[in-house]
Ligand binder design. Sequence first.
Ligand SMILES: *Cc1c(COP(=O)(O)O)cnc(C)c1O
Length: 266
Amino acid sequence: MTQPINQTQIACSIEDARARIQDNWERLCSDVARCAKASGRSPESIRIVGVSKYVDAPITSWLLDAGCHDLGENRPQALMQKHAWFAEHRSDLAEQIRWHQIGHLQRNKVRRLLPTGPLIHSINSERLLNHTHAEAQQQSLAIDVLMEINVSGEDAKTGLPEHELAAVLDRFSSHSSTNSPASGKAPDPGVHIIGLMAMAGWGTQPEQARAQFAHLRTLRDTIRSQTGWKLPELSMGMSGDYEAAIGEGATMIRIGSSLFKGVLDR
Ligand SMILES: *Cc1c(COP(=O)(O)O)cnc(C)c1O
């Protein structure tokens, strides 16, 4: 991936960029509300994760100023750096941010990532799940995670093969009593699997993307009826295909490029 851009590289003045981001955010919120209503859902049931990976920390702060408090980063290093930047330079905003780790996570980054309190969308193997659980317990943190599922069938995509999900959940609940699906108590330290995440395959047309999103929801519904795991959250949909994702039940959409329209490009 290319480096995140800074204020000297934006396509317009700083004032214009801030106004653009504000405008892009407001348009997105109203469009998400429109999509939600069109599928008989309430707009509040959809959380917009603003993907800030394209820009540096100061520009990311403009997204917060616009009203977006859920921030997604692809690379754990970038998330940790921005987390530290906000603590130092914008402590007024730092408390309001919910960080989302949306891209590939290596096991050797987990220990340092967890203190930022991230919601991790990209748990793509049983090994990473168990490792993250053990680290979270050691740090006495309750960490919400999503299992990333390979729905496109592309080899290049990371994600747990869907046929492995039920067994992975089963083994996880049997070795961690704290996470039994029925427990309704305050969160215990460790990992809490709250849903599923998927990316449509590269170059997928919105129509095909919709079928993949429907597939993820159906997988969740099947697991729910077979195992009792509730998995309420479905993270699916990006700038190009969020309408389809909302139609198929997304509860979190991950939006980057359309929030920076007019700022990254001339
Ligand atoms: C970059 C990224 C997004 C956002 O994509 P846009 O097309 O810029 O909206 C969403 N999810 C993941 C995992 C990403 O890496």
